[in-house]
Design a binder for this molecule. Structure first.
Ligand SMILES: [Zn+2]
Ligand SMILES: [Zn+2]
Length: 207
């Protein structure tokens, strides 16, 4: 079966403006990268946009199917995708690979019937990126002493490398692991938290 969609022709500039008002999110099978679900939400409707503020617009076929923030839209699409899993693919999704934002996971747990059984896996790439993003944020924050910020910025490559190795080493236990926090102390020369028997731990391995 083929679905036909009526797409109005727009010039590039108009399309760009329109593009900012639509949000797309999808569910992808991690093993194969196959697309399992794609959702599109539209924040814009021409007729609504033409009506005077505060006044109800005339009766029309409204194309706006979502109002809210981009994160909210993304979460709504993913929740919908999880809800549709049985109907579309005759299965339940067991794992979700997290991008470090636990609010999406919470939404799935609360709003999907089998949500409580879904297990969150951390993505090492996302974790390392979040970790270094936070460190860079500290470096940019002029509230902190300049010497300390300079010292931290010199240590970033070491910290990043250590974090990646430690996350890989911790595997699925990484959420319950203190390794990122302890690694920081270690790199700055404070060893009271160090469990030096964990020689495989990324930080101790590298540094
Ligand atoms: Zn409308
Ligand atoms: Zn140490």
């Amino acid at each position: 079966m083929m679905a036909l969609m009526e797409v109005p022709i727009m010039d590039k500039k108009k399309w760009r403006r329109h593009e900012q008002r639509i949000e797309v999110a999808c569910i992808i099978r991690a093993a194969t990268n196959g697309l399992l679900y794609i959702g599109v939400k539209n924040k814009y409707c021409y007729i609504c946009s033409q009506s005077e503020p505060g006044k109800e617009s005339k009766e029309h076929k409204c194309y706006k199917n979502y109002q809210g923030t981009s994160t909210g839209i993304e979460q709504a699409i993913l929740v919908q995708g999880f809800r549709e899993s049985a109907r579309m693919h005759n299965l339940r999704y067991k794992y979700i690979v997290s991008d470090g934002d636990s609010s999406t996971y919470a939404k799935i747990q609360h709003n999907v019937t089998y949500g409580r059984q879904v297990i969150k896996l951390e993505c090492a790439n996302h974790m390392v990126r979040n970790y270094t993003d936070k460190l860079h944020k500290i470096i940019r924050d002029t509230v902190h002493d300049i010497t300390a910020r300079k010292e931290l910025s010199q240590l970033i490559p070491r910290l990043t490398k250590g974090a990646r190795a430690a996350i890989t080493d911790a595997g699925d236990n990484v959420s319950n692991s203190d390794v990122l926090r302890d690694g920081l102390y270690h790199v700055f020369g404070q060893h009271s938290n160090c469990k030096h028997d964990q020689l495989l731990d990324g930080f101790y391995f590298i540094i």
